[in-house]
Design a protein around this ligand. Structure first.
Ligand code: SF4
Ligand code: SF4
Length: 180
């Protein structure tokens, strides 16, 4: 047994006697704290951390480049849904518009009535962060219309929004032209 233990030590393998007792008769294999065994997971951890940082930087960078930096501060708490009938055009999910702006998701923006918003500001007082929601929605409207002119938004998405009456008078002429 000692010979086997010595062989394992040479190859870096763990030996049960080396592990601390956690309960009588039970030894704990310290996979995550055993440096010899950790080389691969250490690198995987680094890769995971790098990926998470890159995704966060992309998310933040996109919002800043698109001039909707305040969207980064949205908690996604949905308190703004309390606007309800105080929204004159009946938009129910303001947070969806904020998140759509943060990640430049045109489909999400259209589906939730982004082009129907008249930027009145009624929803702003319901935001726990008091974010400038009308300004964010206005910026996203400009970006959406730019993308539409460049043909970057599939017609079926615009058609769905049109069929559901989710386009306000400011954009209806251009949207109708785009769909014809
Ligand atoms: S700013 Fe837009 S979403 Fe907010 S209450 Fe006014 S119309 Fe509704
Ligand atoms: S209340 Fe403000 S912080 Fe919360 S989800 Fe709505 S916009 Fe975001």
């Amino acid at each position: 047994m000692t010979e086997e233990k010595n062989n394992n030590k040479k190859t870096g393998a763990r030996w049960s006697d080396d592990q601390p007792m956690v309960m009588p008769g039970i030894r704990r294999f310290q996979f995550f704290t055993n440096v010899d065994d950790r080389a691969l997971t250490k690198n995987l951890n680094r890769l995971a951390m790098f990926s998470i940082s890159a995704i966060l930087a992309l998310d933040v960078g996109k919002a800043v480049v698109n001039k909707i930096p305040q969207s980064i501060y949205c908690y996604e708490c949905r308190a703004c849904y309390g606007t309800q009938d105080k929204c004159p055009v009946g938009i129910s999910y303001q947070a969806e518009l904020v998140v759509a702006g943060r990640v430049t998701d045109y489909d999400r923006f259209l589906r939730n009535g982004g082009l129907k918003c008249i930027r009145c500001g009624s929803c702003q007082s319901f935001c726990v962060q008091y974010l400038n929601l009308p300004r964010m929605f206005g910026t996203m409207q400009i970006l959406t219309m730019k993308a539409l002119r460049k043909g970057k938004i599939p017609k079926r998405m615009v058609q769905n929004a049109f069929d559901q009456g989710l386009i306000n008078k400011d954009f209806i002429d251009e949207v109708t032209k785009y769909l014809s």
